[in-house]
Design a protein around this ligand. Sequence first.
Ligand SMILES: Nc1nc2c(c(=O)[nH]1)N(C=O)[C@@H](CNc1ccc(C(=O)N[C@@H](CCC(=O)O)C(=O)O)cc1)CN2
Ligand SMILES: Nc1ncnc2c1ncn2[C@@H]1O[C@H](COP(=O)(O)OP(=O)(O)OP(=O)(O)O)[C@@H](O)[C@H]1O
Length: 190
Amino acid sequence: MQNISNQKKMLRQKMRQLRIENQILQQKKNKQLNRNIVQYIHKKHFRSQKVAFFWPLEFEADIRDSLHELYRQGYRILLPETPPVGLALQFHLWYPEVQLRPGRYKTLYPDTEIMHPQIIMLPLLAFDRKGNRLGYGGGYYDRTLAVYPTVKTAGIAFSYQEVSTVPVEKFDCSLQTIITETEIIYSQKD
Ligand SMILES: Nc1nc2c(c(=O)[nH]1)N(C=O)[C@@H](CNc1ccc(C(=O)N[C@@H](CCC(=O)O)C(=O)O)cc1)CN2
Ligand SMILES: Nc1ncnc2c1ncn2[C@@H]1O[C@H](COP(=O)(O)OP(=O)(O)OP(=O)(O)O)[C@@H](O)[C@H]1O
């Protein structure tokens, strides 16, 4: 039997491919996904709370509408700066006019003050209904959630990214909620 890290590697390859195949269809689902993100935040969290999002990379869900909408409503939106591998993400305050700087792995972030989030929205390649998450393999979000054990977590994905079981290792942090364009899945008490 293969070890878990190899299983993760293979699932990553498969999900990356699936994402490319879904690129066009995905664009049509962005609107509904953004609607569900805003609805989740309204239902669960008060205004002026600090919500960490991410600036989408190529092929990821385009969640920029949610950032603008929630900013307008008085939430404070934070974006991650990607440090060297082995360190936790740092979150910077975002606002619509801010200039974004290029960071590691083609990420973009605002070079503004650092803030601590109360809610973290996470990108992912695959998820399962128990809230297990597969990312790109940098371990950035697991390390970050280890620093913020009490924050609320919600993964953002399209429904085609659901798999029956994501292979997990002992350091993997699971998600309380997963938001897709078709549903909001509460995998754990939130
Ligand atoms: N939008 C976004 N921001 C994010 C993440 C993410 O997954 N998405 N991260 C999540 O941890 C952190 C950045 N970590 C990353 C770690 C590895 C790769 C990576 O291996 N990229 C591939 C190309 C990915 C692809 O296009 O499929 C590469 O550079 O070869 C990317 C981001 C923080 N910011
Ligand atoms: N809390 C932690 N402390 C130390 N090392 C960690 C921690 N969490 C993860 N790692 C390391 O990070 C590596 C990658 O983890 P994993 O495969 O779960 O990444 P990922 O969740 O897919 O990536 P990302 O969160 O960046 O999207 C693992 O090999 C592991 O050694």
